[in-house]
Design a protein around this ligand. Structure first.
Ligand code: NAP
Length: 327
């Protein structure tokens, strides 16, 4: 499938390389606000076309799908532009700023006969599939702790008085929507929609959360999600059941999963070694869903994105974290 990219950060090059590895995508165009940057990226990855005008790019007949990796608040308008021009859209997490945007974008995709996906790498990995298959080994789940904590060098810039996009309410930033969504997708993918959610953030001078604790209440247990961009941690994820505990080295890309039997204390690794360019799995899944018109899987992914966005929107509402586009 011929695809183009929007944004020139490191994640765009990771996606381009993973897309190539998947053997399902062929890079035909790149976009940057700056012509020189677009030309340079196109040259590096042998893309035949480059654009600094998004509308022009969206009209190109050569492009079937586009990967969007711009600041969060721009996802919606850019996605709509491509969807209206009948291009499939793979949009980086967090897909949009709120559920109203999500509903409108899915409607636009449907009206134009194309697909819209959120690029969330961990739920497409083989190790997530294994975890879903083996979750019964833990018995009744009783507690779950899922951290995604990573100090961001962009926090240093905030402390120096700048406002990097990812810490900005103008660009729909913050720890929960940036990092918290990884464990949140795991939780919703494994356990479904929680009955109740509560978010306890640390709010920064820019008005968004630098870190926070998201408490998901399920019928029989609590799932605690810890996210931070202003501190570091080596704590793994734990899913604790009456019969055993799963220990995940990380929430994304889920590199290793260990299971410890509560009674025998025996420990076993149940994960496989995944590709280093782990975005390859989302590339393969997305290409397969589009090519086989697999509406069942498409709707499952759509529902996951909807629930996750509903939760982060509610979490922001509880704490008066308002993005600029919502004012
Ligand atoms: N899946 C993952 O593992 C992963 C990892 C990192 C990031 N992400 C996601 O990828 C997206 C981009 O993240 P990032 O950290 O690369 O963001 P970023 O550095 O703030 O911006 C990404 C690109 O957007 C363009 N851009 C920057 N500021 C802009 C502005 N004010 N107006 C218009 N365009 C602007 C720039 O490209 P040009 O200057 O070339 O136009 C830049 O390369 C986010 O949604 C993020 O959540 C995902």
């Amino acid at each position: 499938m011929n695809f183009g990219t929007v944004g020139t950060g490191w994640i765009t090059t990771s996606f381009i390389e993973a897309a190539k590895l998947s053997e399902q995508f062929n890079l035909v165009a790149v976009y940057s606000r700056t012509k020189d940057k677009a030309q340079k990226l196109a040259h590096t990855y042998n893309a035949p076309a480059y654009f600094s005008n998004l509308e022009e790019m969206a009209k190109s007949d050569e492009i079937e799908a586009v990967y969007i990796a711009s600041p969060n608040s721009l996802h919606f308008e850019q996605a709509i532009t491509f969807l209206k021009n009948k291009k499939h859209v793979i949009c980086e997490k967090p897909i949009f700023s709120n559920t109203a945007e999500l509903e409108e974008a899915y409607r636009t995709a449907e009206e134009n006969g194309v697909y819209l996906f959120e690029a969330i790498r961990n739920i497409h990995t083989p190790n997530f599939e294994i975890l879903k298959e083996k979750i019964h080994m833990a018995g009744k789940i009783r507690s779950t702790i899922l951290p995604y904590i990573k100090y961001s060098s962009r926090y240093d810039l905030l402390l120096q008085g700048e406002e990097p996009n990812i810490f900005s309410a103008t660009y729909s930033g913050g720890a929960l929507v940036d990092l918290g969504v990884y464990p949140l997708f795991l939780a919703v993918g494994l356990f479904g929609e929680p009955v109740k959610t509560n978010y306890f953030p640390v709010i920064l001078s820019s008005g968004v959360d630098g870190s926070g604790t998201l408490v998901l209440e399920y019928e029989d247990f609590i799932c605690t999600i810890l996210c931070s961009k202003i501190s570091d941690s080596v704590a793994p994820c734990e899913i604790q059941g009456e019969k055993g505990t799963f220990i995940l080295e990380d929430a994304a890309p889920i590199s290793e999963i260990r299971f410890i039997d509560s009674h025998t204390k025996e420990s076993q690794i149940i994960s496989v070694v995944q590709e280093e360019k782990n975005m390859v799995y989302e590339c393969k899944n997305i290409a397969r869903i589009i090519e086989t018109s697999n509406t069942k899987e498409y709707h499952e992914l759509k529902d996951l994105s909807k629930i996750v966005l509903r939760i982060t929107e509610e979490a922001r509402k509880q704490n008066n974290i308002v993005f600029a586009s919502e004012k």
